[in-house]
Design a protein around this ligand. Structure first.
Ligand code: SF4
Length: 397
């Protein structure tokens, strides 16, 4: 655990020029109605009293930490969890008011408004709540559906049905939300191709159509009920589910801009791009992570400690140059646009080929990496996307 002083010194050193640096803000709400059986996120059931205290503490953290970021302008805001939609309208407004009051929030015209996202769980929102979120400035919602099959939802330990999702979705649309993501998950225990296809069809036939779809495969995380009770699907079924996602989404006009993320043009998630591009972000709330001045920071995971409001306690990891380059490669290559050779050179003062020439040559020979016509960008090929984990291993020394 380190003290804030070092962070202040580092940030002051890095903000000596007059131009404002951009910062994305992540706010963690760690509470859920019930823990899902596959989930290893920092989230847990709680009572109203703890949620109230948490909101007060989070606002204090906003007030205190914002002082360090006077020279920054916010680029995106993301409420993640947990289940942020457990907050009532008033609590969300109080948090947003604190953010607007203490951080530099850019004033945009209506066509370039700042992306402010919030994760929503079906079964936790009312019209009144959703309207309050909208009024407070939330302009992108991400709905955790996972499956359109009620038996699968039950198996996952989700608290909602597909009908709850439909109700939430229609309510959000009628309130005015125009940028909606739906999370779905494949490779569930015993899942058949037909079952998963049905989920995809239901999502693709939503009216109006959804702007963004995050499609992940189930990961059996150690410490979860699923880890102890289930096995991964066989490789062949898993591969067929993956191909089905790609093909069905492509046919419906979704652009795959990241390994697991698909969007209608212009609706890519700007906040998540900040993570993949290694831009600076500040995470506030329990266990929240930040990336600033090539260092990674992490708040305490202990709720009682967090509620004591000693925000000078956090873990800090300074990345070596080697680690920075590795991250640049395996995070940037997740994106369809890939990585810029010039950006690598300007960041690390060494050419990409001097560091990874041998690896790139080999992976291009295997047809897994491609260079654009101007030799400016390196990207995964279609096959490279399918074998991305294999490719990324090449860049970890
Ligand atoms: S709702 Fe999300 S964060 Fe909460 S337990 Fe389920 S998967 Fe985890």
């Amino acid at each position: 655990m380190k003290k804030n002083k070092m962070l202040i010194e580092q940030l002051e050193k890095d903000t000596s020029c007059c131009e404002k640096r951009q910062l994305s803000l992540y706010l963690h709400i760690p509470f859920c109605v019930k823990k899902c059986l596959y989930c290893d996120f920092l989230s847990f059931e709680s009572d109203q009293e703890h949620i109230n205290r948490y909101v007060i503490t989070l606002i204090k953290e906003i007030e205190k930490k914002a002082l360090l970021f006077k020279d920054y302008e916010l680029k995106t805001i993301f409420f993640g969890g947990g289940t942020p939609s457990l907050l009532n309208g008033k609590q969300l407004c109080q948090i947003m008011d604190a953010v607007k009051m203490h951080f530099n929030v850019p004033i945009h015209c209506e066509h370039t408004e700042m992306e402010i996202s919030m994760e929503i769980n079906p079964g936790t929102v009312t019209r009144e709540k959703l309207s309050a979120y909208y009024q407070a400035g939330i302009n992108r919602i991400s709905i955790g559906l996972q499956s359109a099959n009620n038996q699968e939802l039950k198996l996952l330990g989700r608290i909602h049905t597909y009908e709850d999702f439909q109700k939430t979705y229609q309510m959000a649309r009628s309130i005015g939300f125009q940028n909606v993501n739906v999370d779905i998950m494949s490779a569930l225990p015993n899942q058949t191709l037909e079952q998963y296809k049905d989920t995809l069809e239901k999502i693709l036939n939503l009216e109006p159509e959804v702007e963004h779809i995050s499609a992940y495969s189930l990961i059996l995380e150690e410490g979860t009920y699923f880890y102890d009770h289930y096995e991964y699907l066989d490789e062949e079924t898993d591969r067929s589910l993956y191909e089905l996602t790609k093909n069905m989404l492509f046919e419906k006009g979704y652009y795959r801009y990241e390994i697991s993320n698909y969007a209608k043009t212009g609706h890519e998630c700007l906040h998540n791009e900040v993570y993949w591009r290694r831009k600076e972000y500040l995470g506030l709330g329990l266990g929240a992570s930040s990336f600033l001045a090539e260092k990674r920071f992490k708040n305490t995971n202990d709720l009682n400690q967090y509620l004591e409001e000693d925000f000078s306690r956090y873990e800090e990891q300074e990345l070596t140059k080697q680690e920075q380059m590795e991250e640049f490669m395996f995070l940037g290559l997740r994106l369809t646009k890939g990585i810029s050779l010039n950006e690598f050179e300007s960041n690390f003062k060494v050419s990409l080929y001097d560091v990874y020439g041998k690896e790139i040559k080999q992976l291009m020979k295997e047809g897994l990496l491609c260079l654009d016509d101007y030799h400016q960008h390196l990207t995964l090929s279609q096959r490279g996307f399918d074998l991305s984990n294999y490719v990324f291993r090449y860049f970890l020394k």
